[in-house]
Design a protein around this ligand. Structure first.
Ligand SMILES: Nc1nc2c(ncn2[C@@H]2O[C@H](COP(=O)(O)OP(=O)(O)O)[C@@H](O)[C@H]2O)c(=O)[nH]1
Ligand SMILES: [Mg+2]
Length: 244
């Protein structure tokens, strides 16, 4: 079993090289794939120079599509030669973690040993506190609980390690920013084991400026779409929207 790290990103030129170097240094990681989702900056070149395989989307297609592209790239390489019988475990890592990305290594052993089919990183309080995306977190947590009984401390965390079987259980992935809640719901529903693991990670905290608000609005839209498609009750939607 190999571990393929997949890093979906857009416009992360300032951070991607440090993230790639950190991920390449993680024990057991055999392949590092950066999926550049239509960046307008130097993300792809910096990722390449830092030693990652780089796949580019000519057009921005969203986080789920980028993860899917990364997994397909890894599978094609496994089939094509280097250890052709090799199946992958996938390590999903955001591009904005820089040096702290090395901490996601702790997500791998529970999946390698079979203790878990998917591990999810929980982050410590961040150095700069964000502009409060509490309502998206609440919707995601309440939705996951209603649909599966699983209690997610950080339901939107994107840093995950999962087996090939767990990836298949969640395919096709919920679109865009709905990918994390979709993964958790689908993997638990498939009877597989999900485990949250504390990780010493630091990322760019989304602020409360218009960009931050727009990011949250899209997260909310996509998470809601993913949860509705999986049978979420209107009552939970209403509760999350009211904040009660
Ligand atoms: N594929 C893809 N990834 C994106 C896009 N926008 C941001 N990302 C990446 O998704 C990850 C999480 O985004 P980020 O802005 O850090 O969101 P946050 O961590 O939820 O505040 C980072 O690696 C970003 O580079 C996008 O449009 N498409
Ligand atoms: Mg981030």
């Amino acid at each position: 079993m190999g571990v393929a790290a997949i890093i979906p990103c857009k416009d992360e030129a300032d951070r991607i090289a440090a993230t790639v170097r950190a991920v390449r240094g993680i024990d057991g990681v055999d392949l590092v794939v950066v999926v550049d989702d239509g960046s307008t900056d130097e993300t792809a070149a910096r990722a390449h120079d830092a030693g990652a395989h780089v796949v580019r989307h000519a057009e921005n297609s969203g986080k789920a599509a980028a993860l899917d592209t990364g997994v397909r790239f890894a599978r094609a390489r496994a089939a094509g030669g280097v250890g052709s019988a090799m199946a992958w475990h996938y390590l999903f890592v955001d591009g904005d973690l820089e040096e702290s990305a090395s901490a996601v290594g702790v997500l791998v052993p529970p999946v390698l040993t079979g203790e878990a089919d998917m591990t999810i990183a929980t982050l410590p309080p961040q150095k700069v506190s964000g502009g409060g995306h509490g309502f998206v977190v609440r919707l995601a947590r309440d939705g996951i609980r209603e649909l599966t009984g699983f209690e997610a401390a950080q339901p939107l965390s994107g840093m995950r390690c999962l087996s090939d079987a767990a990836f298949d259980a969640a395919s096709p992935l919920a679109r865009g920013w709905g990918v994390e809640v979709g993964l958790t719901v689908d993997v638990v529903r498939a009877g597989l084991t999900v485990l949250e693991v504390p990780c010493e990670l630091h990322h760019r905290v989304t602020g409360s400026d218009w960009r931050g608000q727009l990011h949250r609005a899209k997260q909310y839209r996509d998470a809601l779409r993913a949860l509705r498609a999986r049978g979420l009750s209107p009552r939970t939607v209403g509760r999350a929207a009211r904040g009660s």
